[in-house]
Write a protein that binds this ligand. Structure first.
Ligand SMILES: Cc1ncc(COP(=O)(O)O)c(C=O)c1O
Length: 361
């Protein structure tokens, strides 16, 4: 057989429907995309940096992201050599697996969580150990019990996507102590900026234990999802390996200058966080009024439990130009996820949901 054995079992990742696709198929002018946990704002302050960089696009970008690395290291209080940049945190997940997995090594993942861990672990030939969530949260006790001599990596999305739940300082502290130092624990903190104050101080755990990789992204609170850039922080030793095996020019010029501007712009980050947290409260209030069950979330989206399969609701909302994220692909067929957008978008979603519920009942 030409291809690797595990590949036939791979179900391709299905991203949220793009705005452009719905515009093409329904010829609607206004589309409200609340499906992919992006923020609604365009960070226009990066325009100057991007425009200036156009003058250099005939040249390869700097392979080590020199200025961005310097600036981020200061901001995070880590050494420059501890940082690895990736083409989105998606690429960082791949790098960790590429660096660690040999035949039949095991990777522990929760379920239902971010699907890329499992998908990429399969591509790299790992045996996947799925540990079901308890009450829509990671079951850390059961995950720790699954560790054995073959375990290489444990992935934890904290806060989690798609449930929006999070693990606090105490829970992670206890967990990390129970994991041997030759197993790598990846904390994917894509939604870190929206999390509450008892969120774990993973940088302290990294200093104390070493067997930790912390991943963050510029795709969420910074609003740079379209440019594709994320970063990981680890010990120098681990970072060296991951940097050695990445493609040299994995971060394009625009992503580098935009992320640098973003790191320097505390105000945008603060305002975005405040806006999103406020919109989430609006969604909570309106969903309660409609008697729709939801889970409070530590992210920029809300997990909603529906009384039945969400496919009809999804079709109804698409016709109105609203893109939500049904979760049957995660085994949650009565659930969907909605990202907090602009107030206008959230209002439109709520009013369409209300009219759907009224016609259905
Ligand atoms: C938990 C989690 N990790 C990683 C990512 C990917 O982020 P990036 O855009 O940096 O690849 C996402 C995107 O939605 C996510 O939800």
């Amino acid at each position: 057989m030409l291809f690797k054995k595990g590949l036939s079992k791979i179900i391709p990742y299905e991203p949220g429907k793009p705005i452009e696709e719905l515009k093409r198929s329904l010829r609607l002018k206004e589309i409200y995309k609340l499906a992919s946990n992006e923020i609604p704002f365009v960070p226009v302050y990066i325009r100057k940096a991007i425009c200036e960089e156009i003058n250099n696009i005939n040249r390869y970008p700097e392979a080590n992201c020199f200025y961005l690395r310097k600036s981020l290291a200061v901001r995070l209080k880590v050494k420059e050599s501890q940082i690895i940049f990736g083409n989105g945190s998606d690429e960082l997940i791949t790098l960790v697996l590429r660096a660690t997995i040999e035949d039949k090594d095991e990777v522990i993942v929760g379920y239902p969580t971010f699907l890329i861990y499992e998908l990429q672990a399969r591509v790299h030939g790992a045996k996947i150990i799925r540990v079901p969530f308890k009450d829509l949260r990671y079951d850390l006790v059961s995950m720790a019990k699954k560790v054995n001599k073959k375990t290489k990596v444990i992935f934890i999305a904290n806060p989690d996507n798609p449930t929006g739940t999070y693990l606090n300082q105490k829970e992670i502290e206890k967990f990390i102590k129970s994991i041997p130092k030759n197993v790598l624990v990846v904390f994917d903190e894509a939604y870190f900026d929206f999390a509450p104050s008892d969120f774990p101080k993973t940088f302290d755990f990294l200093r104390k234990r070493g067997n930790i990789v912390i991943m963050r992204t510029f795709s969420k609170v910074y609003g740079l999802a379209g440019l594709r850039i994320g970063y990981a922080v680890a010990t120098e030793e681990i970072a060296n390996v991951l940097n050695k095996i990445r493609e040299p020019f994995n971060i394009n010029r625009f992503a580098q200058v935009a992320a640098l501007a973003a790191v320097k712009n505390e105000k945008f980050l603060k305002n975005t966080r405040t806006y999103i947290l406020n919109e989430k409260e609006y969604l909570y209030k309106e969903l309660s009024r409609l008697n729709v069950s939801f889970r409070k979330s530590a992210t920029n989206f809300v997990l909603i439990e529906f009384k039945k399969d969400t496919s009809n609701l999804n079709a109804y909302l698409l016709k109105k130009g609203i893109i939500i994220r049904p979760l049957s692909g995660w085994g949650l067929k009565n659930y969907f996820r909605v990202t907090a957008g602009f107030r206008k978008e959230n209002e439109k979603f709520i009013s369409c949901l209300e009219s759907y519920l009224n016609t259905e009942e």
